[in-house]
Design a protein around this ligand. Sequence first.
Ligand SMILES: Cc1cc2nc3c(=O)[nH]c(=O)nc-3n(C[C@H](O)[C@H](O)[C@H](O)COP(=O)(O)OP(=O)(O)OC[C@H]3O[C@@H](n4cnc5c(N)ncnc54)[C@H](O)[C@@H]3O)c2cc1C
Length: 347
Amino acid sequence: MRRIEAEVVIVGGGPAGSVLGLRLAELGHDVCLIEKQDFPRDHVGESLPPSIEPLLEFVGVKDAVDAAAFPRTRGAWIRWDRPLQFRESPTAGYQVTRSRFDNILLNAARARGVRVLQPARFEPDRVDAKLVADATGRRCITGGAKRAMGSRSLASYAYWEGKPWEDSCSRVAALDNGWIWAAALGDGLSIVATFTDPTSHGAYQALVREAKLIPPGGRCGPVRVCDATSWQSETMAGPGFIRVGEAAFTVDPLSSQGVQTAIASALQAAVVVHTMLLRPENTDLAVAFYQARQQAAAARHAFIAANLYAEVAAVRPTEFWRKRADAVQWSEPRSPARISGDFVEPL
Ligand SMILES: Cc1cc2nc3c(=O)[nH]c(=O)nc-3n(C[C@H](O)[C@H](O)[C@H](O)COP(=O)(O)OP(=O)(O)OC[C@H]3O[C@@H](n4cnc5c(N)ncnc54)[C@H](O)[C@@H]3O)c2cc1C
């Protein structure tokens, strides 16, 4: 591969990498993004809550997302600590196909002037950049120490063909040893995922049957397995590097806020990087600000998830629920700085 010269190199073209690139390009920086896969590519994580709308608007992609005509949802069917009920929301969320959604964001970054290399490999020795951003999601290719924010969890998921239900709202149900999430993505395609302890590996079909959430008759595609544990990087940023999106911290999939959180972290990271590049004397402050804000967000998400697990633990006191219900302490470090305009400044 030839040498890559850019002010900022971003590795990873998921929601975090694309939004970071897009914002930095808008702020006048020369950005190159390296994505290892050709797009469109599959990615799990399809339910986007209504609260993502202002972020899509701010980033300037809401019209393109709406034009893609993803199914809209005004609530979800939940069987958690009570019998199945519909929890309505006043505004609509999206059930996106991530291959198309992520492509919209990456194309928006391209349109703002981000050079996208794809498919391409990140080779540190061949990169000349003032700053490298790791936006490689759970892979977090820059490594570094990580801290789990809850019990180890395993996701097993598959795409089902058929027309399993009438509306496209998500279904979530608690089981004795895990929980299940299902969503109709349009065109007769649905995703059904189970979340368990890693020791329950291989129990996917049994859990889907036990949940009785989807009518029989659908055709199940290959079952894929991935880690779904919440963790955070001990170091979110430093001189010359930053971790963004799930490379900084992952949220419990229960919240359906992974994509939204990745975008929010990218917007914050853009201001931090902009400050590091144009006001290098404020680098330590910007890093401390980012570290504090990301840690606070990770702790808040873990705390909310633990409370939701506690609701089920009260009616299903199995080990799965008990250990997740009390896994987290709430602590929100104080940020030493604030955002003023496009810069991080002292309080
Ligand atoms: C089972 C499950 C269900 C989920 N459900 C939801 C949901 O319903 N709603 C929701 O909002 N979130 C959900 N999430 C979380 C959501 O998918 C993530 O939070 C989100 O994708 C994070 O965005 P990101 O940009 O940080 O990382 P990613 O979207 O993972 O993007 C990382 C990118 O980096 C690229 N990459 C990786 N390594 C390299 C490399 N070496 N060089 C170059 N590129 C590289 C990858 O190809 C990828 O394109 C779920 C997660 C799981 C595991």
